[in-house]
Design a protein around this ligand. Structure first.
Ligand code: K7E
Ligand code: CUA
Ligand code: CA
Length: 634
């Protein structure tokens, strides 16, 4: 984790850092050995950086060109940022509980979370947007939850989570990507940890045949499991190709070890390539098994007695690889070395032959293995033939040319590294604008640094992380912005603003609150106009409207011990006038945006007067938007 690295010949990192402090710019890296670019004077570099920073400036009242969707890491939410300003626009609660919107508290959100609503934590890493023909279609964002083995979907038109699935028979969903072509029919999700099957306490040996993990394929439209594939070793990150036929994933624990030393024993682990077509056909033909109570089709992608499975191929790469990224021209899967200073370039057009067993060994699909620096974790692309790889240990981003790296692997005397830029500090993911689509436009690069150290005012022992924005539109990368972030955005994606179309107010027939609308219908209630209390045994349903600055009901009476459901329909039609509902001393809070219906259920366990109030500022008389629940003693 130390940022100390060996100085390159003739380079003194300390001096560079000094220079960057002097100019206030990220000069650190200019002229690093082997790059061969002319060294700019400090003055002209500073001028170039200052120009780049002006391009990144979005004046008050102006809109950003890109939407950025950030994972919230083990905080559990998704964050929406404008790029290049890096202004935080919105937070979308997903695997967390959110007091402002009532996510995790309202009946609508709890229905979406299902069984897993009992968990109050999550750990999301990889947000990815749905596509059609390799381009963002603006429909959905998918994200993993490593902590509780879930995958969630966010509807981009309302920017709310609308589906959540707990993946059965596995532990810890980590890598996640979508099928790019012909469209996102499937979401691919790697389960990281190896567990026994059945995992009922009867057996514990991780190296045995009964212990494995699986590659999980989810139907993107209904968010149900499509099928699962048993693999050898474990699974880390994944990506899909531009033919729709293949997906690939890294494995760092081919050893099936349970400790650090064991997981680093083999000189090589592998990239496992999945033949999605072959798996689909097997499932269609009924050639699958099921596990335990689950009816999800499972196929075995492990080699048996030296024979390949028709579903997988295992391509050996240097030990403990991490990120897996598809180049936007569709030519390569790039596996990032982590413990090796290299990345492995896999030619996707060789995969048909690989599955047809035309090669003597699997590594013949590797067409390049450039040495980039220490700790390569993730790679991103500008659509102009360059790749940008994060170097965790060197604390740098390295820009390199893919075709030159392929030539060098063939023995040509070419250098492929173009620039190394110091980042602050220790980057994990990086992500260039539109990089995982055919539209990769090479304008902006976000680098998600794990440590900020001295970059911001100190905040106690827990420091923010640092998401840095780099201008990659020219020949040189230029650092233009430091953005402190709360734990822990592993990854982000950037879409052009023209690709995301959001609603300004809710549609009254939105499926998000359809179950609540259904309940109202059974109660004979017209949500848009009725203000009524309905008693059903000890269950009380309070239907009311809200219109700034008043609720449709400002007093209702229940009995101690009643289970009370408050259902509110915001009949304001004015954009941006959201109301809230907070019942004091009951742990109850929710958002009701224009034309939305929201509901929450709680027990009226304390006799007496209990005020409720609107907690989203809606009007000059917002403070007066209140009511009272009168609870008669049992
Ligand atoms: Cu590299 Cu979970 Cu994508 Cu973190 S993973 S950095
Ligand atoms: Cu309604 Cu504040
Ligand atoms: Ca290993």
């Amino acid at each position: 984790m130390s940022k100390e690295t060996e100085d390159k010949p003739g380079m003194n990192r300390r001096r560079f850092l000094g220079a960057s402090a002097l100019t206030g710019a990220g000069v650190a890296m200019l002229g690093t050995a082997g790059i061969g670019s002319a060294v700019m004077s400090r003055e002209s570099w500073a001028a170039a950086v200052s120009e780049a920073r002006q391009n990144a400036h979005v004046a008050p009242g102006e809109l950003d060109e890109y939407y950025g969707f950030w994972s919230g890491g083990h905080q559990g939410e998704v964050r929406v940022l404008g790029v290049p300003s890096m202004r935080e626009l919105m937070r979308i609660p997903v695997f967390n509980v959110d007091s402002a919107t009532g996510w995790g508290l309202t009946n609508e959100s709890r229905a979406i979370m299902g069984e897993s609503a009992k968990y109050l934590n999550g750990d999301c890493h990889h947000p990815h947007l749905s596509m059609a023909d390799g381009r963002y279609d603006g429909k959905y964002l998918f994200i993993n939850d490593k902590a509780n083995s879930r995958v969630a979907r966010i509807r981009l038109d309302i920017m709310k989570c609308d589906k959540m699935l707990t993946v059965p028979n596995v532990q810890a969903i980590h890598g996640l990507r979508v099928q790019k072509v012909p469209h996102t029919k499937y979401v691919f999700a790697n389960a990281e940890f190896i567990i026994p099957h059945p995992n009922d306490g009867s057996q514990f040996d991780t190296t045995a045949d009964y212990s494995y993990t699986m590659f999980n394929v989810i139907d993107a439209e209904n968010m149900e499991m499509a099928f699962q594939v048993i693999v050898e070793g474990n699974l880390d990150n994944c990506d899909a190709d531009y033919t729709g036929k293949y997906a690939a994933a890294t494995c760092y624990n081919s050893e099936k070890a349970t400790d650090l030393g064991g997981m680093m024993r083999n000189e090589r682990d592998w990239v496992v390539v999945f033949n999605i077509e072959a798996i689909e056909q097997a499932v269609k033909a009924g050639n699958f098994i099921t596990l335990g109570d689950s009816d999800v089709p499972v196929v075995d992608g492990r080699r048996k007695d030296g024979n390949n499975s028709p579903f997988t191929r295992y391509v050996p790469v240097p030990k403990n690889p991490h990120g897996l990224n598809t180049s936007p021209d569709g030519k390569y899967f790039i596996a990032n070395g982590k413990l090796s200073p290299t990345v492995s370039i896999i030619a996707i057009d060789r995969l048909d032959d690989l599955f047809a067993n035309k090669y003597d060994e699997e590594r013949e699909v590797i067409v390049g293995e450039p040495e980039l620096g220490l700790g390569p974790l993730h790679t991103t692309f500008d659509g102009r033939g360059y790749a940008y790889t994060t170097l965790f240990i060197d604390s740098q981003v390295v820009k390199w040319n893919i075709e030159d790296a392929v030539r060098a692997y063939n023995g040509d005397d070419v250098s492929y590294i173009r620039q190394k830029l110091d980042v602050q500090y220790q980057p994990g993911h990086n992500h260039a604008s539109l990089t995982e689509t055919r539209d990769a436009d090479g304008k902006w690069l976000v680098v998600l640094c794990k440590f900020s150290k001295d970059r911001f005012l100190l905040t106690g022992p827990l420091h923010p992380e640092n998401d840095q924005l780099i201008d990659i539109s020219g020949d040189e990368m230029k650092l233009v912005h430091d953005g402190p972030t709360y734990a822990e955005p592993h990854d982000c994606v950037l879409a052009h603003r023209s690709q995301i179309k959001t609603r300004k107010i809710w549609e009254r027939n939105d499926p998000f609150f359809a179950p609540t609308a259904e309940m109202a219908k059974k109660d004979g209630i017209v949500l848009e106009s009725d203000n009524k209390v309905i008693r059903d045994g000890n269950k009380v349903r309070v239907y009311m409207t809200s219109m700034a600055p008043a609720y449709g009901i400002n007093e209702f009476t229940v009995k101690q011990g009643d289970e009370v459901t408050v259902i509110i329909t915001n009949i304001d039609e004015i954009e941006d006038v959201s109301h809230g509902f907070c019942m004091t001393n009951h742990g109850v809070s929710m958002e009701i945006s224009p034309q939305q219906t929201s509901s929450v259920t709680f027990v009226a366990d304390k006799p007496g007067v209990h005020w409720y109030y609107c907690n989203w500022f809606c009007h000059a008389l917002h403070m007066e938007m209140v009511g009272r629940m009168l609870v008669e003693p049992a």
